[in-house]
Design a protein. Structure first.
Length: 414
């Protein structure tokens, strides 16, 4: 019965390529049109099949980590790619839809993130051994979506282009005071100081590991008087600031805390100031975060829809002056990260263990596939108190990017 149900579900998902599935009883079933390189997986027990069928968002990753779903030909990325490239949510079994809706309403209800919870959530992921991130990030440790001006650009070039693109939108001028909320390992703040010539940059983070390295970097460059990093919750910052930037942090704020976040940013911003928010988001409306990702990688995470953000910023008094949706850029970023991680997987295993490596392989693969085929993208939302705070057309972005490129070249030559 379970074998037949599994066969029916997979047959509806996989119509192209070749997927081979081995069941615990030793049966072999093939799916797809027989084209391409075959991908083969094995379920080691019947309860694993039942888990796969009833709660795939959570249990596929767990089964892979537990060794109960074994990939015998190809990779877990190949398997997920095959399952999701033709999948649409409306085709999900009723029980899967029911679980998804329950998770969505539960996550929304419980998504008020206080200071203690925020710090604990950040520590879970960002306070891992810093050597881990050396294995797959670019040299500036940009741990958010890159910006691919050319699809064949290197990760280094694309991450530099991301910083340039954001700073150009901010319109930072020499002498400006800038706040970086969720400053990571310091790359954006250092760029704002060295390239954009901001007079003072304050970066705030809740990660002790990130804080330590960011301060080391500022000290090594001898600009610690112009760029300061602090272990501080954004709710405890005092202003005002001419510019505010937040990259890859809003996903950790929690839906019930959105009003507090935007009100604080509004209060911190000068009357003629500009804010740029860079966040992963849902492009098909509010939805539950992936259950496996929330449990194992980003506890407390919640991806916003624009329809969840705009009513709040309008009510607070912000003007939305620009919105850009980066489609597929994160899929390409994750491909670089996954390839780099897998190339140095043994080093990650030496830092942690095999289960950790399986978890991170699944994390990077699942996210890459999701950004290819599911309704997630990256929002860059520009906010201001006044309509006149930014130029009337977007031409200034390209003009400022050109000026920033020139400054990058000049700094490289020094």
């Amino acid at each position: 019965m379970i074998d037949r149900l599994l066969a029916r579900i997979i047959a509806g998902l996989v119509t192209r390529g070749t997927l081979i599935v081995y069941t615990p009883g030793g049966k072999k079933r093939s799916f797809g049109d027989g084209s391409g390189q075959a991908v083969a997986v094995r379920f080691t027990d019947r309860k694993a099949i039942l888990a796969f069928l009833t709660d795939p968002d959570l249990r596929v990753g767990e089964l892979f980590m537990e060794g109960r779903l074994k990939v015998e030909q190809g990779t877990i990325y190949d398997f997920l790619d095959m399952l999701l490239r033709e999948t649409h949510r409306e085709k999900d079994p009723f029980v899967v839809k029911l679980i998804d809706r329950a998770r969505f309403h539960g996550r929304r209800l419980l998504s008020r993130i206080g200071r203690d919870s925020a710090k604990a959530n950040v520590a879970h992921h960002y306070d891992l051994d810093r050597k881990l991130y050396d294995l797959f990030l670019d040299s500036d440790r940009q741990y958010s979506c890159a910006y691919f001006e050319r699809w064949d650009a290197s990760l280094e070039d694309a991450q530099l282009a991301k910083k340039r693109h954001i700073v150009a939108k901010l319109g930072v001028e020499p002498g400006d005071k800038v706040l970086d909320i969720g400053s990571g390992w310091g790359g954006m703040a250092l760029y704002l100081s060295e390239i954009a010539k901001a007079d003072y940059v304050l970066g705030v983070t809740l990660s002790e590991e990130q804080l330590a390295l960011a301060n080391e970097r500022a000290k090594a460059k001898k600009i610690e008087d112009k760029v300061q990093f602090e272990l501080r919750d954004y709710r405890d910052v005092t202003g005002p600031f001419k510019r505010i930037v937040s990259v890859g942090m809003f996903e950790h704020v929690g839906y019930q805390t959105y009003s507090a976040f935007f009100q604080k940013c509004y209060d911190l911003l000068d009357d003629d100031g500009v804010m740029l928010l860079h966040t992963i988001g849902q492009i098909d409306g509010p939805n539950a975060p992936n259950a496996w990702l929330t449990k194992y990688i980003f506890p407390g995470g919640y991806l916003p829809a624009l329809s969840e953000i705009t009513p709040i910023v309008e009510r607070i008094g912000f003007t939305v002056t620009d919105v850009e949706i980066l489609r597929l850029h994160y899929a390409q970023t994750l491909r670089h990260w996954r390839n780099r991680f897998m190339a140095r997987r043994e080093e990650a295993k030496a830092l942690y263990d095999e289960r950790f490596c399986l978890m991170w392989e699944y994390y990077l693969a699942m996210c890459e596939v999701a950004f290819h085929y599911e309704n997630v993208a990256v929002f860059q939302i520009q906010l201001a108190r006044k309509q006149t705070a930014v130029p009337l057309t977007r031409d200034y972005i390209a003009e400022r990017e050109t000026a920033l490129r020139k400054r990058e070249a000049e700094l490289t030559l020094l």
